[in-house]
Design a protein around this ligand. Structure first.
Ligand SMILES: Nc1ncnc2c1ncn2[C@@H]1O[C@H](COP(=O)(O)OP(=O)(O)OP(=O)(O)O)[C@@H](O)[C@H]1O
Length: 291
C-alpha cells in the first residue's frame, strides 16, 4: 500500500478551543492501514481500490476483506468515502457517469469488475438496503415477490408464496403483515418499511447484504429491531454496514473499519476500535474530538 498524507487543517480543533493534549495532527503520515484489514476466510476481497469522481479522487488505495458470516461496520466523518466504497461492492457506482473504480474486487474469488460480469445477477448476490426505506409502489406481497420473479428464481404462485413468507419471517415482519399482504408497502411505518426492504433483498437469496445507514431514518425502537435483525442475518449472510452511529457499529459488527478523507486508517475487531484504537485519528474520532 502507498504512503498516505492526510490533508492538514480539515478537522483539528483550534488550539484556543481545546487543551493542547487534545490536538489531532491530521498531517500524520501512515504507511498502511493499521490493524487487520484482511482475513483468512474472505467472502469479499477488495484490494488497492481507488475511486474517482471525474478528476477528484474519493477513495485512496483501500484494501479490505469481509469474512463469511461477518458484519463489518464502516465509520468515519461525513464525506470520508464510506458510501462510495460500499457502492463499489455491487457496482452501484456504475450508475454515476463520472465515477471510475480501479482495483481488484472479488466475491468468492470471482472478479466483481470482470468484463463478462452481468451486474443484474451480481446485485442479486450482493443486495443493498438504503438509508431511506424505498418500497416499490406495490403491495407488500409484490414488493417481496418482484425480485424472485424477474430473476427467474420462482414463477409459480406456490413457490412465490413460500419465498414471500420466508423472507418476511427472516426480516422479522411476517406477524405484523401476514393479514395485509395485498396492502401497499408504502402504508407501513418507517421501521416496517425498512424491514420490508430487507425482506425484498433477502428474497433473491443474496450472499452479501450492503447496508448504507439503514437506521438513520428510524426511531430508537425500530432501530433496535433492525440491529437485532442484523445479528440474526449474520448466520446466513455477509454484511457490510455504513453507519454514523458508533454505538450501532459497536452493537452489530465484529470488525470496524475507520475511514478518513478517503483513506482506510484502521480496521480492527470492534471492541479494540472502541476501547483501544491503534491510530490516533481513530482515537480522535471515537472520542468525539472531530467528525
Ligand atoms: N456522485 C458524486 N459525484 C461527485 N462527487 C461525489 C459523488 N458522491 C460522493 N462524492 C464525493 O465523494 C466523497 C465521499 O463521499 P461519500 O458519500 O462516499 O462519503 P460518506 O463518508 O459516505 O459521507 P456521509 O457520511 O456524509 O454520507 C465526498 O467528497 C463527496 O462529495
Amino acid at each position: 500500500m502507498t504512503t498516505m498524507t492526510l490533508d492538514a487543517g480539515t478537522t483539528a480543533p483550534a488550539a484556543t478551543e481545546q487543551p493542547e493534549q487534545d490536538a489531532v495532527n491530521t498531517n500524520t503520515r501512515v504507511s498502511e492501514t493499521v490493524g487487520h484489514p484482511l482475513c483468512d476466510d474472505a467472502k469479499l476481497s477488495m484490494r488497492n481500490v481507488n475511486v474517482f469522481y471525474g478528476e477528484t479522487q474519493a477513495i485512496h488505495d483501500v484494501s479490505l476483506d469481509i469474512g463469511r458470516n461477518e458484519v463489518v461496520a464502516m465509520i468515519g466523518p461525513s464525506g470520508c468515502g464510506k458510501s462510495t466504497f460500499l457502492r463499489c461492492i455491487n457496482r452501484m457506482n456504475d450508475t454515476i457517469e463520472s465515477c471510475r473504480v480501479e482495483g481488484d474486487l472479488t466475491l468468492d474469488g470471482e472478479p466483481i469488475y470482470g468484463p463478462k460480469v452481468d451486474v443484474v445477477p451480481l446485485r442479486a448476490r450482493v443486495g443493498m438496503v438504503f438509508q431511506k426505506p424505498n418500497p416499490f409502489p406495490k403491495t407488500i406481497y409484490e414488493n417481496v415477490a418482484y425480485g424472485p420473479k424477474i430473476h427467474g428464481i420462482a414463477s409459480r404462485r406456490a413457490e412465490l408464496d413460500e419465498i414471500v413468507e420466508n423472507s418476511l419471517r427472516r426480516a422479522g415482519l411476517w406477524n405484523e403483515v401476514k393479514d395485509r399482504l395485498d396492502k401497499p408497502g408504502t402504508g407501513l411505518s418507517g421501521g416496517q418499511q425498512q424491514r420490508l426492504c430487507i425482506a425484498r433483498a433477502i428474497a433473491v437469496s443474496p450472499e452479501v447484504i450492503l447496508m448504507d445507514e439503514p437506521c438513520s431514518a428510524l426511531d430508537p425502537i425500530a432501530t433496535a429491531r433492525i440491529e437485532e435483525l442484523i445479528d440474526e442475518l449474520r448466520e446466513n449472510y455477509t454484511i457490510a454496514i455504513v453507519t454514523h452511529s458508533m454505538q450501532q457499529a459497536a452493537r452489530v459488527s465484529q470488525r470496524t473499519a475507520y475511514f478518513h478523507l478517503g483513506h482506510l486508517v484502521e480496521v480492527n475487531d470492534t471492541e479494540t476500535v472502541f476501547t483501544n484504537p491503534e491510530h490516533e485519528l481513530t482515537e480522535a474520532y471515537i472520542t468525539g474530538r472531530f467528525g
